[in-house]
Design a protein around this ligand. Structure first.
Ligand SMILES: C[S@@+](CC[C@H](N)C(=O)[O-])C[C@H]1O[C@@H](n2cnc3c(N)ncnc32)[C@H](O)[C@@H]1O
Length: 401
């Protein structure tokens, strides 16, 4: 562990008070119960290995466990995201809450909000994580939080029904148990990944379906076990990959790789590029043959692929052609304009389709929270709408306002 210079380290109580103030300033905390919980729980006691400044950082996660490739499989989530999700959950005193994905800290926050008349259960698939969470919870005085070792895909039936279920790993689908274990007026808050983009969605029951109340940008470690994502990833060449979860999309790696060697076609939308997370969500769910294009830094430096692909960018794929979003500065407005790069024999057609979508978003839906999601459990209808996302246990649809 890195040695800490004592002269620069502030005490945990001051850091915690600063964190709560900053979370309020950034509108991550918007209610008194959530503020009180963040003020009460000693966050650093759930990250004993981390420097205090990291434990109380608003936007950084604290690593807890990595897989054999060095990728995070468990982290203490960033305080900002935890606050936003707790606000989405709208938890009240006396409620029964299930958290899927443990660490201890978030469960302790929830215990503070539900109080002594409420009950919190946290479940994790990894024994090391459950043991660690148990120890941290007991040490910090939250012995009443129940911990369980299981694949959260089945929920924790023994404690059902739950007023709230909060999932803290990126889920690709909503298994039947999360709906059946939810109370009649219950709420499910889940970071749901569709077409490669993850949003924390607060769902309420709407008859047999789930209907979203809010959503926000979220980044989480992936769900493991039976609920792991169903995605196909094809390497086009070293440092360039395309990925999709849409079974209807054909990915011909060789043809798409050849397309990259054809001259690039550039088309500009004339529309403003802003609210990037909202635009990305819209594109991911509305591109008719959507995949995600990823490019490594050396590929971007070579000029083969635009920087927009560094963290993955929504792409429209054809059999032998590909189009993806880019942007350029707009000197008149001081902002950016969105545009498209396309390669391959169908470049012109794909670029045209993509640009139309950029313009439609800018004209009709360019605002925060423009989407409402519905989750329909059960077998998919035989004629699936083009914009519906087919999952294992149901379908997701989005309507845009
Ligand atoms: C981001 S961490 C949880 C953070 C935690 N809630 C906190 O208080 O900061 C995600 C956790 O989800 C767990 N996880 C992944 N797949 C799971 C599954 N199928 N069931 C239960 N837990 C799972 C991982 O082991 C990991 O510990």
């Amino acid at each position: 562990m890195t040695a800490i210079d004592d002269s620069t380290v502030r005490d945990p109580d001051t850091l915690r008070a600063d964190m709560v103030r900053a979370l309020r300033d950034q509108d991550a905390i918007t209610s008194e119960p959530v503020a009180a919980a963040f003020a009460a729980v000693p966050r650093h006691q759930f990250a004993p290995e981390a420097p205090l400044e990291l434990a109380y950082d608003l936007h950084r996660t604290v690593p807890v466990k990595k897989d054999e490739h060095g990728l995070d499989i468990s982290v203490m989530s960033a305080a900002h995201l935890q606050a936003v999700m707790l606000e989405q959950a709208d938890i009240a005193p006396g409620m029964k809450v299930l958290e899927i994905g443990s660490g201890g800290y978030n469960a302790a926050l929830i215990q503070e909000i539900v109080g002594s008349d409420g009950a919190v259960t946290t479940v994790d698939i990894d024994r090391d994580i459950v043991d660690r969470a148990r120890m941290c919870l007991d040490d910090a005085g939250y012995g009443q939080v129940k911990t369980a070792l299981a694949d959260g895909e089945a929920g924790v039936p023994g404690g059902a029904p739950y007023d709230r279920i909060i999932v803290t790993a990126a889920a690709w689908d909503i298994p039947p148990s999360w709906i059946s274990e939810l109370a009649e007026k219950g709420r499910l808050v889940v970071p749901l990944t569709s077409r490669g983009t993850t949003r924390s969605i607060a769902f309420d029951r709407d008859g047999g379906d789930l209907l979203s109340r809010s959503y926000c940008l979220a980044r989480f470690v992936p769900m493991q076990g039976d609920g792991a994502a169903e995605e196909r990833k094809v390497m086009l060449r070293d440092g360039v990959a395309v990925q999709t979860d849409d079974v209807r999309v054909r990915l011909d790696g060789q043809a798409l790789n050849q397309a990259l060697d054809t001259p690039r076609l550039e088309r500009w939308s004339g529309a403003a590029y802003d609210l990037p997370d909202e635009l990305e969500l819209y594109l991911s769910l509305n591109l008719p043959r959507a995949a995600r294009l990823h490019a490594a830094e050396h590929i971007v430096e070579q000029g083969l692929v635009e920087p927009s692909a560094l963290y993955g960018v929504p792409a429209l794929v054809g059999e032998d052609s590909i189009a993806y979003r880019t942007r350029r500065e707009n000197e008149d407005t001081g902002g950016f304009e969105s545009g498209v790069i396309a390669h391959g024999p169908q470049a012109e057609a794909l670029a045209g389709e993509y640009v139309d979508l950029l313009r439609r978003w800018a004209q009709d839906h360019r605002r925060r929270g423009a989407a409402t999601f519905r989750y329909l459990p059960g077998p998919a209808p035989s004629s699936l709408p083009q914009d519906a996302v087919l999952k294992r246990h149901g379908i997701v649809t989005a309507s845009w306002h």
